[in-house]
Design a protein around this ligand. Structure first.
Ligand SMILES: [Zn+2]
Length: 468
């Protein structure tokens, strides 16, 4: 489909600026759950959550129920109700490459596998990859993502996100230089910026305001100084997120030093990729002085523990980052470096790795849950809208069962959620009040069909990439 046709469809679904778009008309009462609010004092309540027009309007036993009638009632007896998980660094376009690039270090992983595979994507494989990722995320209780795509065809990714019901800040990967970049992924600085601007205009505000655009220069080694500077400026002018990878691995950092004569995070700051709208994935290699500078600038970091382990990147100093005052979110990164997109796994790993890195008391369960909810929302600049269960916020909610044998005897909800919960315990998921997962079934996409098509489509992409 042509970019023009996508633009027409996007205008049909989102004719107004997101601030002017009314939320969907959805009235839901979630009854009798243990509500882990993730509010400022980590309040835990037993009772109901009332949702009207996609907004949380009541909390607690009697107050909420009296706001009825409701068109839909969810029985959460024996369940925990919590904010939808926020994963602030994923790559939906790579979901189809799960298992195709195991057991290699970062730069080889990129140059031998991921870039050729991304270059071999077409509109059909991009859509299926994004659907597969969105289905896994929603079924596992993730309701919001910050997503980096590939260079071409990002309309198909936005379209899949729109249909899935996810909330997403997403952008095409931007690459105008670099060693080992396939010709199809290398674009001119001008074309990269114009395409990003077109996508931002087309998709920001679509889906009742669920979709927004993020400028995603991939990383310093594949982006010119001009491209990075222009991304920083465009993001500032438009109030958009600018998202990139930084301080991930020693070898990568050394390559940046050799190419540009400085440390990646300082270079990014000097290019204007800094401040509360700048979101840097990884930060594994950061020194204490760099953490202080990030905190001062309010630049955000996203911790991706599975990816950092699988690519041998190291263990980020999450406790030190938080102590320095940096807002840190969580993310699964892409399927080929994880190989799941499971927010519960990332929480558990983040908690366990912090104990090895900085002591057993350094990152307790309730702090890790905050990283996966309200702090993730802060990373995306959405903390006034999502990330906690509070009256006035959008109803992005997850209901998880506690009756699994692997959870019994469930006692402290923070301990249960971070150390023992699995994606398969998710029963219901609401995004802006819309019921997208009901009794463990995805209502928006045919998840079984998507999964059944994945193997053949992945083989086709690998063949086009010369990797079969
Ligand atoms: Zn990544």
């Amino acid at each position: 489909m042509s970019p023009g046709a996508w633009a027409v469809i996007a205008r049909m679904v989102a004719p107004l600026h997101p601030c002017m778009v009314p939320p969907p008309v959805v009235d839901v009462l979630i009854r009798n759950g243990v509500i882990v609010t993730c509010d400022a004092t980590d309040t835990v309540l037993v009772g109901d959550v009332a949702v009207r027009n996609g907004i949380i309007v009541g909390l607690g036993t009697s107050a909420a129920a009296q706001l009825g009638p409701f068109s839909s009632v969810i029985d959460a007896s024996g369940c925990i109700v919590l904010p939808g998980l926020v994963q602030a660094h994923v790559h939906l376009v790579q979901t189809l490459f799960r298992g195709l690039a195991d057991d290699v270090p970062l730069l080889e992983w990129l140059r031998r596998f991921i870039w050729p595979l991304e270059a071999a994507h077409d509109e059909k494989s991009l859509a299926l990859s994004a659907e597969l990722g969105a289905a896994e995320l929603l079924l596992g209780g993730t309701t919001t993502i910050l997503d980096m795509g590939t260079v071409h065809g990002h309309d198909a990714v936005f379209d899949a996100i729109l249909r899935s019901g996810l909330r997403a800040c997403s952008g095409k990967a931007m690459m105008d230089t670099g060693d080992g970049v396939p010709a199809r992924l290398r674009e001119t600085t001008h074309d990269s910026l114009r395409e990003s601007e077109r996508l931002a205009k087309t998709w920001t505000g679509a889906g009742e305001g669920r979709l927004t655009y993020a400028y995603c220069p991939r990383f310093i080694l594949s982006c010119s100084e001009t491209l990075l500077r222009e991304c920083g400026e465009a993001a500032n002018e438009q109030g958009a997120i600018v998202h990139t990878h930084a301080a991930e691995q020693e070898e990568e950092r050394a390559a940046v030093h050799a190419a540009r004569g400085g440390d990646d995070v300082a270079l990014l700051a000097s290019y204007g990729v800094t401040g509360p709208r700048a979101v840097l994935a990884h930060g594994v290699q950061l020194r204490k002085d760099e953490m202080k500078a990030l905190a001062l600038a309010e630049t955000r970091i996203v911790h991706c523990p599975s990816s950092n382990l699988k690519l041998g990147s190291g263990i980020a100093q999450v406790h030190a980052l938080r102590q320095a005052g940096v807002v840190v979110g969580l993310g699964a990164d892409g399927a080929p470096c994880n190989n799941n997109l499971d927010g519960w796994l990332e929480m558990r790993l983040a908690a366990l790795l912090a104990k090895v890195r900085s002591g057993t008391t350094s990152l307790p369960a309730r702090d890790v849950l905050r990283m996966a909810t309200i702090d993730g929302a802060r990373v995306l600049g959405l903390a006034d809208k999502i990330g906690s269960v509070e009256v006035g916020k959008w109803a992005d909610l997850v209901v998880v069962a506690q009756d699994g044998v692997h959870l019994a005897p469930a006692k402290d909800p923070f301990s249960t959620l971070v150390y023992a919960m699995k994606a398969s315990d998710v029963r219901h998921v609401l995004v802006q009040g819309r019921h997208v997962v009901k009794n463990g079934e995805l209502l928006t996409l045919d998840a079984r069909r998507v999964a059944s098509l994945a193997a053949a489509e992945a083989r086709a992409v690998a063949a086009r990439a010369g990797l079969s």
